[in-house]
Design a protein around this ligand. Structure first.
Ligand code: NAP
Length: 189
């Protein structure tokens, strides 16, 4: 089974980690809070796969590089990565991209972007670190909102995790979870 990487996997992407472990994969999970990582390991103990907790602050690019290199050395090349990296993370996407590109094996990269990526007036969700990588296929998932008769609301963690899993299952290069148009309908307007 595959070695998967989920950066930011103890929050809204927790359900993605659980499903990947249930499918038998080795799932390396990056987050800072050790208790939440331990809880994820505990909750997947009976799965055929395994969660490999990586407690590191991705703002520390050297530490991120070191820990991911260790994980690749122990668990093998990463063939699927799901990245939820906040915008102020400096070169964290670049660190991940370079490591994946150094592998001989191909990697599917699913880059999860917050709703501001759908704002036509803003330039966010920089995919440049992942462009022109020989060994990676880049997929972009934008998180939107839901509209009902009482107005609009942001997505729940379960909706986000399911939307990301659907994008992976269907190998979508561009996916939107929920809706992003018209942008004026987003919550809080
Ligand atoms: N369109 C939408 O509807 C939408 C879009 C985005 C978010 N949301 C909602 O907003 C909630 C909060 O968003 P959130 O961004 O806090 O997402 P989150 O997924 O709940 O938490 C962020 C994840 O990234 C990790 N993380 C954060 N900073 C890190 C760092 N410097 N180094 C390593 N790991 C780091 C966190 O673990 P640690 O804190 O332990 O490091 C956690 O695993 C989400 O749960 C979601 O429901 C909704």
């Amino acid at each position: 089974m595959a070695h998967c990487l989920v950066v930011g996997g103890t929050g809204m992407l927790r359900g993605v980690c659980v499903v990947l472990a249930e499918a038998g994969h080795r799932v390396s999970v990056v987050a800072r809070n050790k208790e939440r990582l331990v809880g994820l390991v505990r909750d997947t103990q009976r799965s055929p796969g395994v969660v490999n907790p990586i407690p590191v602050d991705y703002l520390n690019n050297n530490a991120l590089h070191e820990k991911l290199s260790e994980a690749i050395a122990v668990l093998g090349p990463i063939s699927l990565s799901v990245l939820w990296i906040h915008g102020e993370a400096g070169d964290a996407p670049g660190v991940v991209a370079r490591l994946l590109n150094e592998q001989k094996e191909n990697c599917q990269v699913y880059h999860v972007l917050g709703s501001t990526a759908a704002d036509p007036t803003k330039q966010v969700g920089d995919s440049r670190p992942f462009e022109h990588l020989a060994n990676c296929s880049y997929h972009r998932i934008t998180l939107g909102f839901r509209t009902g008769k009482d107005g609009s609301r942001w997505l729940t963690n379960d909706e986000i995790a399911q939307g990301v899993l659907d994008a992976i299952a269907n190998e979508r290069h561009e996916a939107v979870v929920g809706e992003i148009e018209p942008w004026e309908n987003r919550p809080g307007r």
